[in-house]
Design a protein around this ligand. Structure first.
Ligand SMILES: Nc1nc2c(ncn2[C@@H]2O[C@H](COP(=O)(O)OP(=O)(O)OP(=O)(O)O)[C@@H](O)[C@H]2O)c(=O)[nH]1
Ligand SMILES: [Mg+2]
Length: 376
């Protein structure tokens, strides 16, 4: 059972009912704590693997991989999302079930181990992505027991799926010139699922000339439609993908405080603040409308309707996600007055404490379950 978080009962959270201007660079409208004299951030570039042809051949060792297209603006949190995935897998427990992740090639192993180590030990975020890399991971899990009458998998059903995902610089999604190769576009067009990262901190307090999230998606979607139309796979003008819309950086005070104030956040039995699944679409609509109130153009407001006209309604799910999660202090539980898990160190955003991902593994499991169910 979850409880709506009550901001009126002396939790100590500062009142903040609407979005303030964002201070850039960095992601927080509320500048994080600065720790002087710390070491500079990691600049290790990601490993580069040669491109393999788009396609979804059945693996000799199991079911065909689920091809995910990961899309989002620069600094929107794509690489951190992938880096936090293995931590989310390690930490998963009831009600999500128990899960494991295994790299299936060297580049994916290097990313998994080095980026995880950066987050866990170095408290560092990944460096800006400047090249395209493909990653392949095998995910194994055991779903929690659920009553058969709900037509869900049998108690303790074992699940396995392989992820095939490409990480690229966010600027590529503007599709200026040949930013994404024909091969890359084909890969996105034939992907089973799209994971779309909407970064609210990009749109909050945006100034003239700064591109909104919408700019990184609208041309992409129209281009994918054209590609699929050319191959006869466009469905009544609608893209056939299953979609997880991840509204990122839920832990950022500029996002979290207004959401808390508007009673969109529940605290689960595990003590983790979340937007409940059945209110996540409302949360997205709300955040876009709130941002629009102070926006220099109408592109943020346009985002939800763009999704509605691009994808099948029943194939889109929404998640308030945080790759790094919330700070837990000496009390051992979430405190509304002290929750921020990032800080500035020598001008660079760094983690303050342990990574506790929120809704990072969940969208992938839900997409896999839906895709497998539909393919039966
Ligand atoms: N508060 C908060 N900040 C985050 C989170 N994830 C990422 N960030 C911040 O956003 C920055 C960019 O994250 P990346 O994962 O590198 O973003 P990206 O989409 O891969 O960016 P490009 O590689 O430039 O396309 C990080 O350096 C952090 O400062 C999160 O879960 N919470
Ligand atoms: Mg990146």
């Amino acid at each position: 059972m979850t409880m709506p978080y009550d901001t009126t009962s002396g939790t100590g959270v500062p009142q903040q009912s609407s979005f303030p201007a964002v201070v850039r660079p960095g992601s927080s409208a509320v500048p994080p704590t600065t720790v002087p004299g710390a070491t500079p951030p990691s600049v290790t570039p990601p490993p580069v693997t040669p491109a393999t042809p788009a396609g979804n051949p059945p693996s000799a060792h199991g079911p065909a991989p689920i091809r995910f297209g990961l899309c989002g603006a620069p600094s929107g949190g794509k690489t951190t999302f992938l880096a936090a995935l293995s931590i989310a897998v390690d930490m998963a427990d009831q009600p999500l079930g128990r899960w494991r992740i295994t790299a299936t090639d060297d580049a994916s192993l290097t990313f998994l181990t080095e980026r995880k180590q950066d987050l866990v030990v170095g408290h560092r975020f990944p460096a800006i992505t400047n090249s395209v890399t493909q990653y392949h991971w095998q995910i194994n899990g055991e779903l929690p027991s659920t009553p058969r009458r709900l037509r869900r998998p049998a108690p303790g059903a074992k699940v396995r799926f392989d992820i095939d995902v490409e990480d690229r610089p966010g600027g590529d999604f503007l599709l200026n010139g040949a930013a994404i190769s024909e091969e890359g576009l084909k890969r996105l067009a034939v992907a089973d699922a799209l994971v779309l990262l909407f970064d609210p901190t990009r749109d909050i307090g945006r100034t003239e000339g700064a591109e909104s999230n919408w700019m990184f998606f609208h041309k992409l979607f129209e281009t994918l439609k054209l590609r699929l139309r050319q191959t006869g796979r466009l469905d009544d003008g609608i893209l056939p993908h299953h979609v997880a819309v991840c509204i990122t950086k839920f832990d950022d005070p500029a996002v979290f405080k207004p959401a808390l104030h508007h009673r969109l956040v529940d605290i689960g039995e595990d003590g983790v603040p979340r937007v409940p699944d059945d209110r996540a679409e409302d949360y997205f609509g709300w955040i876009c409308r709130e941002i629009d109130r102070y926006s220099i153009d109408s592109s943020t407001l346009q985002f939800p309707s763009m999704l509605r006209s691009t994808f099948h309604d029943d194939r889109v799910r929404y998640y308030a996600t945080s790759s790094v999660g919330f700070w837990i202090g000496p009390s051992g539980r979430f405190e509304a007055g002290d929750f921020q898990n990032t800080q500035l160190v020598n001008g660079e955003p760094r983690l303050r404490g342990a990574v506790r991902p929120v809704n990072i593994l969940e969208p992938l499991i839900a997409l896999e379950r839906t895709i497998r169910r539909e393919s039966r």
